[in-house]
Write a protein that binds this ligand. Structure first.
Ligand SMILES: *Cc1c(COP(=O)(O)O)cnc(C)c1O
Length: 486
């Protein structure tokens, strides 16, 4: 039984706004005595005296410290949100991105004044090409879904070049939700494909619907069940035989770095999420980056500008007649690229391999530890995440949502709930490689304690959470009429 809970113990301060705390005459600074005579400000020049709060230094420090504690992130605790790779990102990479030479570089400075930045982009493209097993990479797309759109436009341009436009894209039920959206944005009709009983695609099912009207297939691998698509090579052959292309959603690359090169499996185009796998914090609302890697036959269609190297000089090239054009102002989110570059160099090939192995080990440890507690619809070795559901708890009228809310009382950010859609009441956990065994064990203990409460004290779950500052919300009203005042 768990002895200690991380995080919440109820010591969470309410904090009024600074004007409510203000007291006439209180001041946070002490200035030396004036050596000139005081003269009042001329109201004709200054207008009304500004209404500034009057606070002591400690009032100010506590105010902002308390506000900062209402937030939750990887730096404060485990964040097992499946499909999101909420891992710890080394702070040194932020320091590198903030270096004056990078942060102050002007995008209009011209190639000859930007050799360092161009070289970094060139080398990062080469590193990502090596990690993924592709021929060329563009760093322009601003996020994963933007990468998908880029990939779809490339597939569209490829078919147009062949002089035979196609209308459909096959999208499995285990694809990420952004996949059908990206295909639709590109004018394709998405055709849904059911996975087999093992939670992965069956080649026969692909063969049945793949035809010459179909531009290709979009496969998330590892898929959103956290399972590796073991038949990927055969599926690529089937799609290629009918003239189609294979899009790989590589946002889950954190599970397979150094283990598998998707480009060597037959996939034609793939995106990565630098803000998941390569050291940019994910979910903070900051910029992301979704580089797209392609094989040789798709290289001419990559967006412009391309970074090229001639002898020892780097330059932007825009003269690419088959390119799909520009997808971002300037060259994408450069700061995110710096962090990815620094991360790859500090980790090295062995470090990236170890990262993926640990991420997979941690997820399998959770899967094995909790499979007697929660129902596990696909009981197979998983990759970086595992998907349970609430089938066992439904007997006590307890849902995934109730368990997720109760986890907040135990000091954990809940996992992803009700996604992927193929699993009813999904409870999807991605621990990532950066959590220690002790922290993972505490999470496992918390889930076990909650499952026990579901039997003995279900009220505790249906009324949860009780400890956080904000208790259970009306989900619809919270989304439609958000109250941002604390
Ligand atoms: C996160 C994710 C995406 C979308 O990436 P964004 O940067 O959020 O647009 C696409 N596919 C998978 C598998 C993902 O996990």
């Amino acid at each position: 039984m768990m002895t200690q809970r991380p995080g919440t113990k109820g010591l969470i301060f309410n904090e009024p706004n600074v004007w409510d705390k203000s007291r006439e005459g209180r001041c946070a600074i002490s200035l030396p005595k004036a050596d000139v005579e005081r003269s009042p400000l001329d109201p004709a020049l200054t207008g009304d005296t500004p209404n500034l709060p009057q606070l002591s230094e400690l009032d100010v420090v506590r105010h902002y410290t308390r506000l900062s504690q209402w937030n939750f992130g990887v730096d404060s605790g485990m964040y097992p949100l499946g499909s999101c790779t909420m891992k710890y990102n080394p702070k040194t990479n932020e320091v590198q991105a903030a270096r004056q030479g990078f942060a102050g570089a002007h995008p209009l400075a011209g190639d000859e004044c930007s050799q360092g930045a161009l070289r970094l982009m060139y080398d990062l493209e080469r590193s990502l090409a090596e990690i993924t097993g592709f021929d060329a990479v563009t760093l322009q797309p601003a996020a994963g879904a933007h990468g998908e759109l880029t990939g779809m436009l490339i597939i569209h341009a490829y078919h147009a070049k062949q002089g035979r436009q196609r209308s459909k894209i096959i999208i499995p039920d285990t694809a990420h939700g952004t996949n059908p959206a990206s295909a639709t944005l590109c004018g394709y009709k998405s055709v849904n494909l059911k996975s087999g009983p093992k939670g992965i695609l069956e080649p026969e099912a692909v063969a049945e619907i793949m035809d010459e009207e179909t531009a290709g297939i979009m496969i998330t691998n590892p898929n959103t069940l956290g399972l590796f698509e073991e038949n990927i090579k055969e599926i690529c052959e089937i799609v290629h035989a009918k003239g189609g292309l294979v899009y790989g959603d590589g946002a889950n690359m954190n599970a397979i770095m150094g283990v598998v090169q998707p480009g060597k499996l037959g996939i034609d185009v793939l995106h990565l999420n630098l803000h998941k796998t390569f050291s940019t914090p994910h979910g903070g609302g900051g910029p992301g980056s979704g580089p797209v890697a392609v094989n040789e036959k798709l290289t001419p269609f990559l967006p412009v500008p391309r970074v090229e190297k001639e002898l020892d000089t780097f330059k932007f090239v825009t003269d690419c007649p088959d390119s799909i054009g520009r997808l971002h102002t300037f060259y994408g989110h450069f700061g995110v690229m710096i962090k990815a570059y620094a991360y790859i160099l500090t980790m090295g090939a062995q470090g990236l391999l170890d990262t993926s192995r640990l991420a997979v080990l941690n997820a399998n440890y959770i899967k094995e530890s909790l499979k007697g507690t929660l129902n596990l619809p696909y009981d197979r070795p998983c990759m970086h995440e595992c998907v349970f559901n609430d089938a066992k708890q439904q007997e006590y009228h307890i849902s995934t949502m109730d368990m997720a809310k109760r986890l907040l009382d135990y000091g954990f950010h809940p996992p992803t709930v009700y996604f992927p859609l193929v699993v009813d009441g999904a409870f999807m956990v991605e621990p990532t490689e950066t959590e220690s065994k002790e922290d993972i064990d505490q999470f496992i203990d918390a889930v076990k304690a909650i499952a026990k409460e579901a039997q003995t004290d279900p009220e505790k779950l249906t009324s949860a959470p009780v400890l956080p500052k904000v208790t259970r919300l009306d989900e619809v009203a919270a989304a439609r009429k958000p109250c941002l005042r604390g």
